[in-house]
Ligand binder design. Structure first.
Ligand code: GLA
Length: 697
């Protein structure tokens, strides 16, 4: 991996790609190329000439980070206003630096607005063995006056083809996260965003743009923003057919006052260019484990978790929880989690949020007897919190009614009977940190499920000089508390949950160790959710529960539920009291099997071999040096002529022989045979599954 810098030219060389930029004669940083490698000496920067009275040369140019104003009329990456009333920032190339890093290099290119002493440093980080480029921007105010930042994107992107690209993103909702959509970008601006304060369940904070691509072929451009708050991804195609994208924190109701001497660093956007969607997902999966996840547990397999929420709801007590814990331990679970209901006056979802003190009626002796019992069973203990929230019916709210976001003149709108705490206040931050820290000091808690069950409203934050900073400051306050708790309590794992997958992206995964993918645990729906999640996010962090949801309505058995959930981080969440002996035995068998394959699933190369949309059935493969594991899920229908399905494997050594085993079959085939001819499976019964294991001979 190298960074070439010659005169006005900058070329980032990744494993298979070049990303080239140059400074033009007007001092603008222009984008030249992103894609396959070329000879560096061939790159050049053309002039931008004025075309006519309505189109300047800027209309035809590709810029790396263009500011609002002047003759730029398309979505721009950056907008600022100065104290004298000028609202047009002009960033000209100033200088660059290249830094060697442990596993790659970093290029920093500084652009300056000399008149107002404003600096924007574009940061590009490349990593050995990967095509992923991490981009971010650092803004510095070197003047002696305030500068108001109105839009601060993490990156602007230009794509080479003049033909329309297909954009892949999600159109989701609660319990329907990551439902993939494909939209041609022919003209205008396609915007994916969240305005809810958190990432939300709707769109994903990324762009994926392709032409004639499938899992294996066709160029795919992608960029995933690491941010858990309001975001905006704007993909536009202009009159000349040029497609561009701008990705960053949303500028809706947002501004940030950068005081003299201060800097602001945007969240990172991780981008790349690959052939086919499979390579994109595989590279991002590996990259996240190596470079994004919090280091302490990044390379450790996640434990098999049992969460008692669906079994007991709010009705928690030591005896019932311990009874469930006994069964969970017998099945082989390694972490027992008590969910909502253990604190304050929390008997349903009307009261208690904010009062993070153990409910003495439910746990007269505190949580120690339960935690000791769980530990005696050989499991770790985990607990649910929803730190950013408060119920009006809580001691916290009675004492501090001003701690929730509010406008004195507006009615505070409840959702799930709760309000959002103003996390930009330092007293709120300290209260939350101190309560969780005290619980972690008092009790042996190894894991926290950090939930967030409603979006923002009435976002008054008069504690801030510039209240429009709240969208940014809330998110960084959450990240900061998570980081502080982990630093103060080594060994603590934290899961990000927001009514399911409302905060499941690379920003959350830069601080939390895993995410709750969706409250929807129906195994059939879940396959679509998991497919969507797997596009750009790490498999290891995808918590996947086997539960009883829709067990009566859906004709799928426990085997299928396990086969679906074993494709991520296996967890259990059903009411184990109601499991038959046979179901307990089956659960034990699958948990034991998962432990044999989990290193491969959580850290191996990952491929979607087949999807319902493209192939009518679903199959994923996970490879590492020790083995390969393939999960195959049958179609929803049972037509006779659809009986036989061919599974073509990926990522094997063509010259090696593999022992293939599934059901009662076992045979040996070469890697080349398995990848080119594959194996044919009878998948007549709807929603059944198979686990195929391959061992290199
Ligand atoms: C949210 C979460 C669930 C559960 C409940 C508890 O809905 O997504 O998993 O924790 O809250 O109230």
């Amino acid at each position: 991996m190298s960074v070439y810098t010659e005169k006005n030219l900058f070329v980032l060389e990744t494993k298979n790609t070049h990303y080239a930029m140059a400074v033009d004669c007007e001092g603008h940083l222009r984008h030249l190329h992103w894609g396959g490698k070329c000879k560096v000496k061939d790159y050049f920067c053309s002039e931008t000439e004025e075309r006519n009275s309505n189109h300047s040369g800027a209309d035809f140019a590709k810029y790396e980070y263009m500011t609002y104003g002047g003759v730029i009329y398309r979505p721009s990456a950056f907008a600022a206003a100065f104290s004298d009333g000028c609202r047009q920032a002009e960033l000209q190339y100033s200088d660059f630096s290249v830094f060697d890093e442990e596993n790659g290099s970093r290029l920093e290119i500084t652009l300056k607005d000399e008149e107002y002493s404003l600096e924007a440093t574009l940061v590009y980080r490349i990593t050995d063995g990967s095509d992923i480029i991490e981009r971010s921007v650092r803004i510095a105010n070197n003047s002696d006056k305030d500068i108001t930042l109105n839009k601060i994107s993490s990156g602007e992107f230009n794509f080479p083809s003049l033909k329309p690209y297909i954009s892949t993103n999600a159109n989701g909702a609660w319990a329907s996260e990551f439902r993939l959509t494909k939209t041609p970008v022919e003209s205008g601006v396609l915007t994916y965003e969240s305005r809810k304060g958190n990432t939300g369940h709707g769109n994903c904070p990324y762009f994926i743009l392709s032409q004639n691509a499938d899992e294996n072929h066709g160029g795919v451009y992608f960029g995933a923003l690491a941010w858990s708050g309001n975001f905006r991804i704007e993909i536009s195609r202009d009159f000349a057919g040029v497609t561009r994208a701008v990705a960053g924190i949303s500028d809706m109701d947002f501004s940030y006052t950068l005081k003299s001497g201060e800097t602001f660093t945007t969240p990172s956007v991780f981008c790349g260019y690959t052939q086919g969607f499979a390579e994109m997902s595989n590279q991002m999966n590996r990259y996240a484990v190596d470079n994004i996840l919090p280091k302490e547990f990044a390379k450790e397999p996640l434990p098999v978790l049992y969460n008692s929420w669906e079994a007991t709801g709010f009705d928690v007590n030591c005896k019932d929880q311990l009874e469930l814990a006994k069964i969970a331990a017998d099945i082989g679970c390694e972490l027992f989690v008590m969910d909502d209901g253990w604190f304050g006056q929390r008997n349903d979802d009307h009261a208690g949020l904010g009062d993070w003190f153990v409910n003495k009626e439910k746990f007269p002796d505190g949580l120690k007897p339960l935690i000791d019992g769980v530990k005696a069973l050989g499991m770790k203990f985990g607990l649910w919190f929803e730190p950013e929230m408060v119920n009006p019916d809580s001691d916290l709210f009675r004492e501090h009614p001003d701690w929730a976001y509010h406008y004195p003149t507006r009615k505070a709108q409840l959702m799930r009977n709760q309000l959002v705490l103003n996390m930009t206040r330092s007293d709120v931050q300290e209260y939350i940190f101190n309560r969780l820290d005290a619980m972690l000091n008092e009790y042996d808690i190894s894991y926290i499920k950090w939930d967030m069950n409603r979006p923002f409203s009435e976002t008054g934050a008069e504690n801030l000089q510039n209240p429009q900073e709240l969208w940014y400051r809330h998110v960084t306050a959450v990240y900061d508390i998570v980081d502080r708790l982990k630093a103060a309590h080594p060994g603590l794992q934290i899961e990000s949950c927001a009514s399911g997958g409302g905060r499941a992206e690379l920003g959350a995964l830069s601080h939390y160790d895993m995410v709750w993918t969706s409250d929807n645990t129906d195994p059939v729906d879940r396959l679509y959710i998991q497919e969507g999640y797997s596009m750009l996010y790490p498999i290891k962090c995808m918590r996947a529960w086997v539960t009883d949801t829709n067990r009566r309505e859906r004709p799928n058995d426990l085997d299928f539920r396990f086969i679906v959930s074993m494709q991520g981080s296996l967890s259990l969440g059903g009411n184990l009291h109601e499991y038959t002996k046979e179901e307990i035995e089956k659960s034990k068998k699958y948990v034991a099997l998962y432990k044999e394959i989990r290193n491969t699933v959580q850290f191996g190369d990952f491929y979607r071999l087949a999807t319902y949309e493209n192939n009518g059935f679903y199959a994923t493969q996970y490879n590492d040096d020790s083995q390969s594991v393939v999960f195959v899920c049958s179609p929803a229908t049972s037509f006779f002529n659809d009986r036989l399905r061919t599974v073509l494997f990926k990522g094997l050594d063509a010259h090696a022989d593999y022992c293939v085993s599934f059901d009662d079959c076992q045979f040996t085939k070469s890697g080349s045979y398995l990848m080119n001819v594959g194996i044919s499976l009878d998948l007549t019964r709807p929603f059944t599954g198979k686990i195929i294991r391959l061992k290199r001979m």
